[in-house]
Design a protein. Sequence first.
Length: 113
Amino acid sequence: MQEPRAESDERVPRFSEQRVEETVAVLQVRGELDIGSAEALRHALDEAEAHANIVRLDAASVQFLDSTALGVLLASAQRLAAKGGRLELMNASPAVRRILDMTLIARTVHLIP
């Protein structure tokens, strides 16, 4: 029998938001972004989009990203673009950047070194 994951497990996604300017929100993400965390990611992005035109997703602590999470990011980027804003991904690991480049999502989600 498998034991439940502890809250301190680094794979469990955690989100925290801070507003750096009136129309800019930074969403710090820790953990894995996959099918199991897609709804939490969607909710965190929706909350940030509600009061910001630019959402910066700090992915420095993201260890894994799957196609479901990519779809959530793309949908958020499209919603923000429709209202004149943008989704920015900062501090992404080389592996995450490679996935974004290969899937061409880097054309919609702005990458910040």
